[in-house]
Ligand binder design. Structure first.
Ligand SMILES: Cc1cc2nc3c(=O)[nH]c(=O)nc-3n(C[C@H](O)[C@H](O)[C@H](O)COP(=O)(O)OP(=O)(O)OC[C@H]3O[C@@H](n4cnc5c(N)ncnc54)[C@H](O)[C@@H]3O)c2cc1C
Ligand SMILES: *[C@@H]1O[C@H](CO)[C@@H](O)[C@H](O)[C@H]1NC(C)=O
Ligand SMILES: *[C@@H]1O[C@H](CO)[C@@H](O)[C@H](O)[C@H]1NC(C)=O
Ligand SMILES: *[C@@H]1O[C@H](CO)[C@@H](O)[C@H](O)[C@H]1NC(C)=O
Length: 539
């Protein structure tokens, strides 16, 4: 190749690039580029000068930690109404070197769908709120759902067609299908049917060249990668084709809580020995949470509460004898149980009053944490934690300064143990008793307050080290944690960091993800702080 004389196109590209860098308002050129492709397109662009910009940006910021004046903001928000708008956005963003952050539901734990840790980054938010059509086909037990739809909208659409169909995804209604399935997506049906990404049978994706691909045209490597290999990495997912699962018309739920430390610890200890071996029609999740001011119900009470939440795919008559036989220590009583449809169980888990209408699933304004900021981390437990380990957890929770924090545990086993680790990028399968989420919530503003809570949480995570998976210390990609791999260091820092979080989230699937990324997006256009890097970016 002769590189001595730059060719004319390269000079033009260089000129465009310089223009982009020196321009005080790069979005004007970006807008001209968009208009060139579609004269109507400006009606879906919100610049910073637009009076609706802030409310639109904030409307799906789900972690108030990233909603401060110091949080880096996008240059503009782009709200496509049709696929061609996404193609134009990709073409013009590439031409004008603006990074795209695609947002579906906005629940990213580290705010990466609408912000960044790099204050100087020029980026736009491609917000899929207007692409949320859902078509359920009962005879084939499938649904096409656009990525901007929420889980609540999906469950509502399914319930409108059938009381005995469901989809095995997450339990909070406003979570978006775009990010959720891109990172895995688990909920109360995981022991029976696996996770959301296990139940995707086709998809519509716009790639870096602006091509619209389906499963047949993208090929099995890319189709494998998008089912759990992380969002904002391989392309923009426009829609998923989901395989629906059958559920009985009536399911049974219960919540049992203990506040006495001794009783709580004993139950947790027992719980670990039975949960992964229960029949897969039954899931018993657990949490131990310190509640104080951030909990409006128990205003001033600082209590540590151990809770067990359960879903049984059947009626009370079947559940009671099963619990008596498998987990008698919990002492489950009929009056603790309530029967309802599967769709309504989502509202139950989300804390809605029992008589809430199913339409509550459609409410996009509900917030899981109110004004509280949060940080989460995750772990996998393969050997039961000893009693002394739990005693230490209780001590951690009692440490001064923490308002609300704790552990949320989801039991594995059942179908999760049957699916091979390399089936899709999500690798946490056989051998796990349960998944742990360590979490802290706080309401105070400011960096100092945040640092206190973050340090507390990091201390709890440190404390958990001997009790959880090692080499790698596994973590759930959808509970994004920028602490993982932070101390990569060295000249190969990026590479080491990526390997660190990459093996935690994806174990041995990381290498295949890198190969797919290198094949479909070698210049690393779709990226964020924790997206799979192409091989070329390490050289
Ligand atoms: C309150 C709350 C409850 C939760 N409950 C559960 C639960 O029950 N089960 C569970 O498994 N997880 C749960 N999560 C975690 C959740 O699954 C992840 O945060 C998920 O990534 C959110 O998807 P989103 O579309 O809402 O978020 P976003 O912030 O919009 O997206 C997350 C990531 O995916 C990328 N992305 C978004 N859309 C697309 C797209 N169309 N194509 C390509 N990339 C895309 C984004 O750029 C970002 O990197 C919960 C999170 C919160 C905050
Ligand atoms: C632009 O908008 C007008 C009026 O809404 C519509 O008739 C026309 O088809 C649109 N053009 C394109 C290219 O979408
Ligand atoms: C804000 O942007 C939207 C979408 O482009 C547009 O319809 C609206 O008129 C703008 N509002 C203001 C005040 O500029
Ligand atoms: C909570 O504490 C505040 C301040 O200490 C006090 O004024 C208030 O009465 C308390 N509320 C309850 C319900 O105990």
């Amino acid at each position: 190749m002769d590189t001595a004389h730059p060719s004319f196109p390269i000079l033009v590209a260089l000129f465009v690039l310089l223009l982009g860098v020196t321009s005080s308002q790069p979005y004007e050129e970006f807008l001209q580029c968009l208009e060139f492709h579609d004269s109507n397109i400006t009606s879906i662009v919100y610049t910073r000068a637009n009076s609706s910009f802030s409310s639109l940006l904030e409307s799906s910021i789900r972690n108030p930690r990233f909603d401060t004046s110091a949080t880096p903001k996008p240059l503009l928000i782009f709200t496509p109404r049709q696929i061609s708008h996404i193609e134009s956005a990709i073409r013009c963003s590439r031409a004008h070197r603006i990074q795209i952050r695609v947002r579906s539901g906005g629940h990213d734990y580290e705010g990466l769908s609408y912000s960044t840790i790099s204050p100087s980054l020029t980026f736009l938010v491609l917000d899929l709120r207007n692409l949320r059509a859902i078509q359920v086909d009962v005879p084939s037990k499938t649904a096409w759902a656009q990525a901007g739809a929420t889980l609540g909208e999906l469950y509502y659409a399914i319930a409108a067609e059938s009381r005995t169909l469901a989809f095995p995804a997450g339990m909070w209604p406003t979570v978006g299908l775009g990010g959720h399935i891109s990172g895995g997506g688990y909920g109360s049906l995981l022991r029976k049917h696996g996770i959301a990404a296990d139940n995707v049978v086709d998809a519509q994706v716009v790639d870096v060249e602006g091509r619209i691909l389906d499963r047949a045209s993208m090929g099995e490597d890319l189709f494998w990668a998008i089912r759990g290999g992380g969002g904002n990495t391989f392309g923009i997912v426009v829609a998923w084709k989901l395989s629906l699962v059958s559920v009985p018309p009536t399911v049974t739920l219960f919540t049992a809580s203990r506040t006495a430390q001794h009783k709580g610890i004993e139950l947790f200890h027992r719980w670990q020995h039975v949960v992964d071996k229960l029949p897969d029609d039954l899931i018993v999740m657990a949490s131990v949470v310190l509640n104080s001011v951030a909990n409006p119900v128990q205003a001033n009470a600082t209590t540590i509460q151990a809770s067990f939440n359960s879903l049984y795919l059947g009626g009370i008559e079947g559940l009671i004898p099963m619990m008596d036989a498998k987990f008698p220590d919990l002492g489950l009583r009929r009056e603790n149980c309530v029967e309802m449809s599967w769709a309504k169980s989502i509202l139950y888990f989300a804390g809605f009053p029992l008589n809430s209408p199913l339409e509550s699933l459609l409410d996009r304004t509900i917030s899981a944490t109110g004004s509280a900021k949060f940080k989460g981390k995750s772990d996998y437990v393969k050997e039961p934690i000893p009693i002394s380990g739990f005693e230490g957890i209780w001590e951690k929770l009692k440490e001064v300064g923490v308002q609300t924090g704790g552990l949320i545990l989801a039991s594995y086993g059942g179908k999760m143990s049957e699916i091979p680790e390399s089936s899709i990028p999500f690798p946490h399968r056989a051998g796990n008793i349960y998944q742990v989420e360590e979490v802290a919530f706080w309401v105070e503003d400011g960096v100092e307050a945040a640092d206190g809570y973050l340090n507390w949480l990091r201390g709890l995570y440190e404390y958990m080290t001997p009790y959880v998976s090692k080499n790698p210390r596994e973590a759930y990609a959808n509970y994004r944690d920028l602490d993982i791999g932070r101390n990569g260091g060295g000249g190969e820092g990026d590479y080491r960091r990526a390997r660190s979080w990459g093996s935690s989230y994806y174990k041995n699937n990381f290498d295949r993800l890198v190969r797919v990324k290198t094949a479909v997006d070698p210049a690393n256009f779709f990226r964020n702080e924790q997206s799979i890097p192409p091989l070329s970016s390490w050289r």
